[in-house]
Ligand binder design. Sequence first.
Ligand code: TRP
Length: 477
Amino acid sequence: MVATAGTTEREGWSSRTAFILAAVGAAVGLGNVWRFPTLAGENGGGAFVLFYVGCVFLLGLPLVISEIFIGRTGQNDAVGSIRKVAEKSGAAKSWSAFGLLGVAGAFLIVSFYSVVAGWVLYYVGVMGADFVGALTAGEPLRGALVGESQEAIQGRMGDLFANPALLLAMHLAFMGVTLFIVARGIGSGIEKAATILMPMFFVLLIGIAIYGAFVGNMGEAVAFLFTPDWSKLTPQVMNTALGQALFSLSLGVAGLITYGSYIKGSAGLGPTSVTIAFADTGVALISGLMIFPIVFAVGLDPAAGPTLVFQTLPFAFQTMPGGALIGFLFFVLILVAAVTSSISLLEVPTAWGIGELGWSRRKSSLTFGTGAFLIGIACLLGYNVWSDVRLLGFWPLFAETDILDTVDGFTGKVMLPLGALFTAVFVGWKADRNLVEEMTGLSGFWLGIWRFLIAWLCPLAVGAILVTGLFPGILGG
Ligand code: TRP
């Protein structure tokens, strides 16, 4: 750390590329590789996918620019950054309250995110052991889990869920790695992790996608993902798609405000944001094109839900040439993506503790990392000992959901859209226009488009989707 004139200089990215890698790393995660294919499958494919892509570019991209703008201008944690922009714009400082909503949201998300990443870690172990078995048997290119029945393979997930100690161990390991990286700080922690892991991720992604194109049923996958049946686009499906777009782009809970605050130099936010949105959406679509051809080739159900990746795919890999190896690499790929995202989530409350409470990075990351770990324990116990607990049981939307899905659903369907709504109104209506122009680097035509989207379309669309999605009765359905 460099001390200047008695103050300690705040940390920052070493270059624009470093920021982009870290931000793409934050965006690309379980949301892309696990959740997007799951939701696309459950919601009937095409219509959901196309509506999702519309959400990304009409609502998500303008919000990406807005969040980075706030962070870059504020040069502080989420709350401090919003306060700074409000100050410079002559708006009420109380706007910073939605930063706190974001801090709470990111903290809650990382708690269950680590649990799901723990399942992935377990499968890295399962598939890795199987691959080692294939190697020692002198058959490196055999299918996965050969000799096991479909029930046995699918039963592995049930066994994992019934085993709190195993779930806990995986959750602990994953949260430990996340905490370790965040505690090391921006330069030698988060940036370093992103510069190593992201290239690795893309090599794996392209490799497995090409493999899937050769061994799988690409035609059926493309038809499923891109042929819309608009009758399937109900308000709940729209709400799910919007929530997923926000989640996948790391929006709504101050993730990009926080990362944006570590930008030092000047750079146009337009191209940077477009890169993030394209990379994130590209990875989601490629993940779909990687998973569904394999699922269809074996004649399995695309609408399996959250177990698609953990039960359907491992079985599909059984019949694939080289399935043991590819199955293992597939879970490594998801794990890598999850790490670069979970560190961005934990960084949000960590930065807040440093900026607002005056804590050291070590103290702040340890406090929030431990807190999220404990909430995660409640989530994983919801699959076994606490399987009857319904946290928001009074709310019809969550009447049937276990603990993890309730925390996931509440953050995704309530906190994220709400945070996005506040961001849009704040940047679209309250932030000083000259400041916005100067700090985003946008001008002319694109500035006009972006202003229209952030001031009008985002608040209206996000507001409408939020209300109709949460209270389905409103439409008389
Ligand atoms: N975008 C990540 C994913 O798709 C999750 C995530 C990381 C996130 N940082 C975030 C979500 C900040 C919301 C806010 O897996």
